[in-house]
Design a protein around this ligand. Structure first.
Ligand SMILES: Cc1cc2nc3c(=O)[nH]c(=O)nc-3n(C[C@H](O)[C@H](O)[C@H](O)COP(=O)(O)OP(=O)(O)OC[C@H]3O[C@@H](n4cnc5c(N)ncnc54)[C@H](O)[C@@H]3O)c2cc1C
Length: 476
């Protein structure tokens, strides 16, 4: 059997390598950067974290269940997280099995056979340039990240000052003495606004809709560690959490934000109340949606065409998010429909062609353990394909029926960025159910290296951990 290729050594790729190793399956990891950690390695050219970036979900709800962080920090910063991923890779013997500095440029089916039955050819080149190499693999696990390719909307007119997407933002000195407009108030936009107020001449934040602002701490504890145990029904959780937020953070419309036209958790909540604090201090202003640029002037939408406010800026930061990108593989192989691939459980192309996607989940509070459970399922499926073909065929049949509801009863906004959004509890429940439906990998003992003996065991361990992971920590 040719080794399975894993593309990326960020949290998802590391989890993939770990799960394949534990299942006793041969694998090779391709990583374009010269270290593990993915976007948490600020020196990775594809990293989209900035100097002030910390976890948004808290440590205990985010870490891998089988490898708790050696830290007392509730919301560790990116440097501590990089050290964690290095320790994880070293502990499980993964570091030496990663081809660092190797960028994958093409993934193609052997002999043009789109069924993938003959395997896949992975072409890579040294990240610094050089001759490319093509290797044959029995399957390919794509874990190249979802938050690297900037989403840059089109605006009317043109801006004469500097324009920066959050993906290129690293440190606050870029704001020194400038009139700054940040477009978009997602988690990154709000973090960056807070950075900017200490450096810029002025900071405005342009928003299209209202947001829910969740404090990092509630009742003295990281907010996503509250509400332990079984998840509440969506409507009940929305009703309770809306009241709790009203009590703790007040009404964001009092700070100038529009009223959200959706319920809490129907879009990503913002885990940042510093932005409200700075609005209260007059360090920041909320502006409406941008109508058009004209030189250094930005015209904002008003109630009627042309009657909105306008202001002049030196620097515009586009906090407009990211779009999915798997540039090295033909979209047909991933069953792309509109903004994202349409994959069974956000992992498996419905044709089961030997490609598997890890990390293609947007969710509030799913953490790296959720990504590890994806990896466990992929490893269990690949092991079953090899050792228990009837079990893998039964698994494939589940994908032919109606796909499970992964929304948890939440009515998500119909936006591109929500097209692969899942509810963490509904999603992880499905993953564990599917893991249990597959046999324990026969090669598990040989490929182990840690106390946990197989994917199903990892899921059980995570079940136990889940007793404290029912909160709603949110991602950028
Ligand atoms: C500011 C910020 C805050 C966040 N906060 C949280 C949080 O609090 N909690 C949380 O759970 N998540 C958070 N996230 C989400 C974050 O995406 C995940 O934590 C995690 O990094 C996803 O891991 P990944 O391995 O899927 O992707 P990435 O971390 O993006 O790793 C992908 C890897 O693939 C490599 N790669 C890409 N293309 C190729 C190629 N062609 N060839 C070879 N290698 C390639 C990259 O170099 C990279 O190392 C945050 C993200 C940001 C930007």
């Amino acid at each position: 059997m040719n080794p399975i290729a894993v593309i990326g050594a960020g949290p998802s790729g590391l989890a993939g390598a770990r799960a394949l190793d534990r299942a006793g399956l041969p694998f090779e990891v391709y990583e374009a950067a010269d270290d593990v950690g993915g976007l948490w390695n600020i020196d990775n050219p594809r990293s989209t974290v900035y100097e002030s970036a910390h976890l948004i979900s808290s440590r205990t709800t985010t870490e891998f269940a089988e490898f708790p962080m050696d830290s007392a920090t509730d919301y560790p910063g990116h440097r501590e997280l990089l050290a964690y991923f290095r320790a994880y890779a070293a502990h499980f013997g993964l570091t030496d099995r990663i081809r660092f500095g190797t960028r994958v440029t093409a993934v193609e089916p052997v002999g043009d056979d789109a069924s993938g039955r003959s395997g896949w050819l992975v072409t890579s080149e040294p990240a610094g340039g050089g001759a490319s190499v093509t290797r044959a693999h029995s399957a390919v696990v794509l874990a190249n990240g979802t938050l690297a390719e900037p989403n840059v909307p089109a605006f009317a007119g043109s801006f004469a000052g500097e324009v920066l997407h959050t993906s290129a933002y690293k440190r606050a000195s870029v704001f020194d003495g400038k009139r700054v407009l940040i477009i978009g108030a997602g988690n990154s936009g709000c973090d960056i606004a807070v950075d900017a107020v200490h450096h810029a001449a002025s900071v405005d934040l342009s928003v299209r809709r209202g947001y829910y602002f969740v404090p990092r701490y509630l009742f003295g504890r990281p907010s996503d560690t509250l509400n332990q145990g079984r998840p509440l029904p969506a409507r009940l959780k929305q009703a309770i959490d809306t009241r709790v937020l009203r009590a703790f953070t007040g009404d964001p419309t009092a700070f100038g934000f529009p009223k959200p036209d959706y319920r809490i958790y129907e879009s990503h909540p913002i885990v940042n109340t510093l932005v409200l604090h700075h609005l209260g201090q007059g360090d920041l202003r909320v502006m409406p949606d941008v109508e058009r640029f004209d030189g250094h002037t930005v015209h904002f939408r008003g109630e009627h065409d042309g009657d909105g406010p306008s202001a002049d800026y030196d620097l515009v930061v586009l906090a407009t998010g990211y779009r999915l990108d798997y540039p090295f593989v033909d979209r047909a192989h991933l069953n792309w429909t509109q903004a994202s691939p349409s994959l069974y459980l956000n992992i498996f192309p419905p044709s089961f062609n030997g490609l598997f996607v890890l990390g293609m989940i947007e969710a509030s509070g799913i953490g790296w353990q959720g990504r590890a459970e994806q990896a466990d399922l992929v490893a269990a499926y690949l092991a079953a394909e090899q050792d228990a073909p009837e079990a893998s065929a039964a698994f494939r049949r589940t994908a032919a029926g109606p796909w499970p509801d992964l929304t948890g009863g939440y009515d998500y906004l119909g936006l591109d960025r929500m097209s692969y959004y899942v509810n963490k509890d509904a999603y992880r429940r499905q993953l564990r159910r599917r893991i249990r439906s597959l046999p324990r990998p026969a090669g598990a003992a040989a490929g182990g290296g840690a106390a946990v003996g197989g994917a199903a065991d990892a899921a059980e361990a995570a079940d136990a951990a889940d007793a404290t992971v029912a909160g709603e920590g949110a991602r950028a």
